[in-house]
Design a protein around this ligand. Structure first.
Ligand SMILES: [Zn+2]
Length: 285
C-alpha cells in the first residue's frame, strides 16, 4: 500500500477515491466499483483496493484478529504524531490510526455472549458466525474521511493493520498549530454548545486546515474516542471499552458517535486525557 516515506501510488489512490460499491444501483461488495478493468487491477495490485473486498469470519477469529492488531501496536506517540501530521498535510490516512488505537485500547478478550438471547454479542456486537469486513470500503474511509466509519472489532483491526504499514512521522509546526487551534476552539465553546455546529464551522476556518464537514466530524470523534471530549458519566475509551452499537446517544437520529455525541461546552476538555495523548507536544501546553 505504501512505498518509501509513506508514499502512495497516485493513480491507484484516484481509483480508490472513485470506487463506488453502489455503482450498480445497490451495494455490491465484489463489483469493480465503477472502475475500468485496467484501473481496478492496477489499484488492487498497488494494495489500495482489495480483491475479494468482502471477507467473513466467526466471532472467535474476529476477536483474535483485533487482539493481535492490538498486540502489534506501537507506542502512543506513533498514533498521535501521525494524527497531528495529517491535519495540515491533508494526509487523511495519517489521521485514521489514532481513533482505531483509542477504541482498541481496552478491548477485552472474551467469548461470545449473546445479548438477551439474540444473535449479537453483548460485549462487542459481533455475531457468532458470518461477520463481514469490506476491506476496500474501510480503506476508502481512511483516505476519504480520515477516521473510523466501520466500528466492528473486525473493522477496527483492519484500520490498525493498514495504519501499521505507515512509517513514523513527526508533525510540523503548521500541523501542531492546527491541533492547538482545534483544542482552543473546544475549550472556548460556550455552555450548551455541542461539537456539531458552531464548533465544526470554527474548525473549518482554521488557517492551513482544509476539511469537509465530515472530515471535521472524524477529527472531533477521534478526540471523543481519546476521552478528550466526554460527558461526566461517559468518560470514554481511555477508561473502558464501549460497544459503539449499544452506546448511549443524544437522540435516536444523531449520526455523531459516542462519546463526543454527548459532549457540551460546559464539560470542557478532559485535561488528564489531553495530557495523556498530547502532553509531550510543546506547542500544546
Ligand atoms: Zn463479542
Amino acid at each position: 500500500m505504501y512505498s518509501k516515506e509513506n508514499q502512495v501510488d497516485s493513480r491507484a489512490l484516484k481509483s480508490l477515491l472513485k470506487f463506488d460499491p453502489f455503482s450498480g444501483g445497490r451495494y455490491e461488495a465484489e463489483s469493480s466499483g465503477g472502475l475500468g478493468d485496467a484501473e481496478y487491477k492496477h489499484a488492487v495490485q498497488s494494495g489500495l483496493l482489495f480483491s475479494p473486498n468482502l471477507i467473513t469470519c466467526d466471532h472467535g477469529s474476529a476477536v483474535k484478529r483485533l487482539l493481535l492488531a492490538k498486540k502489534q501496536c506501537r507506542d502512543r506517540k506513533f498514533y498521535t504524531d501521525l494524527f497531528i501530521a495529517g491535519l495540515a498535510s491533508g494526509r487523511l490516512d495519517y489521521r485514521a490510526g489514532l481513533p482505531a488505537y483509542a477504541i482498541a485500547l481496552n478491548f477485552p478478550d472474551h467469548k461470545f455472549e449473546p445479548l438477551d438471547g439474540g444473535p449479537y454479542c453483548r460485549v462487542c456486537g459481533l455475531q457468532k458466525e458470518g461477520n463481514s469486513l469490506a476491506r476496500t470500503d474501510r480503506n476508502f474511509d481512511r483516505f476519504a474521511a480520515g477516521g473510523v466509519i466501520g466500528a466492528s472489532p473486525l473493522d477496527i483491526a483492519f484500520y490498525l493493520e493498514c495504519h501499521h504499514l505507515l512509517s513514523p512521522v513527526s508533525p510540523d509546526d503548521k500541523s501542531l498549530k492546527v491541533m492547538k487551534a482545534i483544542l482552543d476552539i473546544l475549550r472556548e465553546a460556550p455552555p450548551g454548545e455541542t461539537a456539531k455546529k458552531q464548533v465544526v464551522k470554527n474548525v473549518r476556518k482554521i488557517p492551513d486546515f482544509k476539511a469537509s464537514v465530515e472530515q471535521v466530524q472524524m477529527v472531533l470523534e477521534t478526540l471523543g474516542y481519546c476521552s478528550v471530549l466526554r460527558a461526566p458519566k461517559h468518560k470514554g475509551y481511555l477508561h473502558e471499552f464501549v460497544n459503539l452499537g449499544y452506546a448511549p446517544r443524544s437522540s435516536p437520529r444523531t449520526d455523531w458517535r459516542y462519546p463526543v455525541d454527548l459532549w457540551r461546552g460546559e464539560f470542557g476538555l478532559d485535561n488528564d486525557a489531553v495530557d495523556c495523548w498530547f502532553g509531550s507536544y510543546p506547542l500544546l501546553d
